[in-house]
Write a protein of this length. Structure first.
Length: 348
């Protein structure tokens, strides 16, 4: 595969970067600017980025996973406090199930561990369903048991609350609600391959967000190191600081290659192979992102441990992206299972 972006993909990246640079939070205090956040959401809605995986012909998505990942990376770089991951994954679930487009903003509900889509009994209250990236959504998609696999259902969401990630608040399922099956003339149960393909897309978008988060945190640290002076010199001239930032940059570039391959694999490989590629990338990117974001805090010194410094917001975003659809351990388990490694008898 060629990991270089096409001319059209570069234009998409530049467009997303311009929107984020113009309307992103910029400061921790900016996260509370409701008017700015509204303008950012309106710009993303007008761009159609949340509909990149919506199928115009009923089956084939409008754009590839690479294009969706390009947008996700730029949103992560700019700490964009706007829903993207949740609506994109919801649109992908509807596409795979042949369901009609949603009539209102929605996201997806994950199990309490965040490692997989929430599977609930339609007769029971989905108490463990947790929706991520839920700002603006009133409902979330869940999986319902079906003889042929899993049917698609929706649950109402409770109030949105800020969690670990200050830029992408989540919400729990409304405890008074029950799951309603999604109906439509083309609806079909989701198979194991469908869920593998959907999970591969989710992991690829997580990886892209992690790469963007790393880029943003490293840029923040480099900017600080160039102006913060000690002993009459910028701290960026000190070899120890240079080594920290160089290592973080190397981790970012390595993660970018792994993430691009994962995004390409979503549409180019069989579901099982795509899932293994995405899981391998997720394990690498998750480890790298934590190191890079913690390095940014370290370079900031004491200022990096204050609420006003954006460095902790990057780390918080990375922690959520790491947890969604499984972190390092779960991802490595998926890779090992795909290649027949591990289990009680060693090699399978």
């Amino acid at each position: 595969m060629d990991v270089r972006l096409t001319t059209e993909q570069q234009a998409l990246r530049d467009s997303a970067a311009q929107v984020v640079d113009r309307l992103g939070p910029g400061t921790v205090r900016g996260l509370g600017d409701v008017e700015r956040a509204g303008r950012l959401d309106a710009a993303v809605a007008a761009s159609g980025w949340r509909e990149l995986r919506v199928p115009p012909d009923g089956r084939t998505p409008l754009a590839s996973a690479v294009e969706a990942a390009v947008v996700a990376e730029e949103l992560g770089r700019g700490l964009a406090d706007v829903p993207f991951l949740g609506p994109t994954l919801a649109a992908e679930l509807r596409r795979l199930a042949g369901a009609p487009p949603a009539g209102a903003p929605e996201t997806v509900a994950l199990a309490s561990s965040l490692a997989a889509a929430a599977a609930v009994d339609a007769r029971a209250v989905p108490s463990d369903a947790v929706a991520v990236d839920a700002r603006g959504a009133t409902a979330a998609l869940v999986l319902l048991p079906d003889e042929a696999g899993h049917a698609l259902g929706t649950v109402a969401l409770g109030p949105v609350g800020v969690g670990t990630d200050l830029t992408r608040p989540g919400a729990a399922a409304d405890p008074a609600s029950t799951a309603t099956r999604v109906e439509g003339p083309g609806c079909r149960p989701l198979t194991g391959d469908d869920l593998a393909a959907w999970t591969a897309l989710g992991l690829a978008l997580d990886c892209a967000d992690l790469v963007g988060t790393m880029r943003g945190s490293v840029d923040l640290a480099v900017g600080y190191a160039s102006i913060r002076r000690q002993f009459g010199r910028p701290i960026g001239s000190f070899q120890a600081v240079q080594h920290l930032l160089a290592d973080a940059h190397v981790l970012t570039e390595g993660s970018r290659s792994a993430a691009r391959h994962a995004a390409w694999a979503v549409d180019a490989l069989a579901p099982g192979d795509a899932l293994a590629a995405a899981a391998a990338a997720k394990a690498y990117c998750a480890r790298a992102a934590r190191t890079a974001c913690e390095t940014a805090i370290q370079v900031h010194g004491g200022a990096g441990n204050t609420w006003e410094c954006l460095a902790h917001v990057y780390l918080r975003r990375a922690l959520l992206s790491t947890a969604v659809l499984g972190g390092v351990g779960a991802s490595l388990d998926r890779v090992a299972a795909h290649h027949g490694i591990g289990g009680g008898g060693g090699l399978r």
